[in-house]
Design a protein around this ligand. Structure first.
Ligand code: GLU
Length: 450
């Protein structure tokens, strides 16, 4: 490995030894940008890599809220403002009990390159809390969001940092967060948050954007191989917002999600989740707490397999992990390789462990596409929401959808081109890292050293 890269990687590991998720993504990104580092010896003199792996700012704060029994709770809030070389910090908020500073740094680092890949002027960032919205009443969620924003507001704004949703933060939470922002600020700065409901300044298609974009990306991958998406069978994990978008768009284009997994096991529906009735039932299941996919089997008379995942399905063309990080480890990767499936399209942020990713990429019959490219349509439509808010108008679905298409096609193309340019052949994983990295590095080099 390039000596500069090797040194920075070793220093980063030593400095952040207790942050395995963050180190996992740093290692994954840095190990694939070697050709670019070799081509730019000036990066070392500018300490570019050392600056890139260090967040510009890390904010950690106390969030105190009262439950319905008038009992107080203390949670931890975070915002990791990683890199704003390309534009205001942009990234979601995740509310989940397993959120730590490590989770925030891993997601924030990934977001830098994802946001760069969109070609839009947004920097990389992530935030959240170890608060678990599951099992909480509406009033409890509202009071938590208000307490969270009361501190976060000091650090954000339409030109500074624009939070949005992520796991555990949907339209309801964004509404409460933005409401508190507006109350404190005394100004309707709509562009201070995205993922807002369309009734309160949001963009049409934002809820569907991540899932739809993933399918648009898949279409490009298939086109490259002379194939059409119609008739393809997909296995996915998750049935939340993103997974639902995949199901809906796949059905519209004549493909079908025939397997999907939830926390309780997986569903096999050979006909696919393609009818309006089934898609609506997914929405109903999604609103339940806790989320379980077994009711789908009871309702539609299909197979439910408890306590396991569907990554060894043999009768599908495409696998799309769309639930959470490290969903696919080495054990599953071996089953995927043996199943004969041809496309492994990551959707959730970092759904594959690094060893499994390396192994899957080595399989000649398998095409691997990385999440930071595939799921980038969510943040892209967030940026389109910012643009609409700044211009004080709304675009219609046709206009937003056309832009989504263009952005996803560009992401696919720029990734494939970057890999080709650096002699790596058709490698969409390295290509996405190279293309995103180049954009951030160029902007950082233009702005001087700080
Ligand atoms: N949380 C989403 C992501 O991982 C969306 C971020 C945004 O819309 O700002 O990209």
């Amino acid at each position: 490995m390039n000596a500069y890269l090797e040194r920075v990687l070793a220093e980063t590991k030593a400095k952040n030894a207790n942050e395995p998720l963050f180190l996992q993504t740093v290692e994954e990104v840095l190990s694939s940008v070697e050709p670019l580092i070799n081509a730019h010896p000036e990066y070392e003199a500018a300490s570019l890599l050392e600056r890139l792996v260090e967040p510009e700012r890390v904010i950690e704060f106390r969030v105190v809220w009262m439950d319905d029994q008038l009992k107080y709770h203390v949670n931890r809030g975070y915002r990791v403002q990683f890199n704003a070389a390309l534009g205001p910090y942009k990234g979601g908020l995740r509310f989940a009990p397993n959120v730590t500073l490590d989770t925030m740094k891993f997601l924030g680092f990934e977001q830098i390159f994802k946001d760069a890949l969109t070609g839009l002027p947004i920097g990389g960032c992530k935030g959240g809390s170890d608060f678990d919205p599951r099992g909480k009443s509406d009033g409890e969620v509202m009071r938590f969001c208000q307490a969270f924003m009361t501190e976060l507001i000091r650090h954000i704004g339409p030109d500074v940092d624009v939070p949005a949703g992520d796991v555990g933060v949907g339209g309801r939470e964004i509404g409460y967060l933005y409401g508190q922002y507006r109350r404190i600020k005394g100004a309707a700065e709509l562009g201070a948050m995205t993922g807002k409901d369309i009734k309160t300044g949001g963009s049409i298609l934002r809820p569907e954007a991540t899932g739809y974009g993933a399918v648009y990306y898949l279409e490009e991958v298939l086109k490259h191989d002379g194939l059409e998406i119609a008739g393809k069978k997909l296995a996915i994990s998750g049935f939340g917002n993103v997974a639902w978008g995949i199901m809906k768009k796949a059905a519209e284009l004549g493909a079908a999600v025939t397997y999907f997994a939830g926390p309780d096991g997986y569903i096999h529906d050979p006909e696919g989740v393609v009818t309006e009735e089934k898609l609506n039932f997914i929405l109903e299941m999604r609103a339940k707490d806790p989320m379980r996919c077994e009711p789908y089997a009871e309702r539609f008379g299909v197979e439910f397999v408890p306590g396991t995942k569907c990554w060894d399905a043999k009768d599908v063309d495409v696998l799309m992990p769309a639930a959470t990080q490290n969903d696919v480890n080495m054990e599953w990767a071996k089953k995927i390789a043996a199943s004969g499936v041809k496309y492994y399209i990551e959707v959730a942020n970092m759904p594959t462990t690094n060893d499994a990713l390396v192994f899957l990429k080595e399989q000649k019959h398998l095409l691997v596409a990385p999440s930071k490219a595939v799921n980038a349509c969510g943040v892209s439509v967030s940026e389109l929401e910012m643009a609409q808010n700044s211009a004080r108008l709304y675009w219609d679905a046709e206009e937003v959808d056309a832009k989504m298409h263009k952005i996803m096609t560009n992401i696919y193309k720029s990734s494939a081109d970057a890999a080709e340019r650096y002699g790596l052949g058709y490698d969409l994983v390295a290509g996405a890292n190279l293309a995103g990295f180049q954009k951030v590095a160029d902007a950082m080099m233009c702005q001087g050293i700080f």
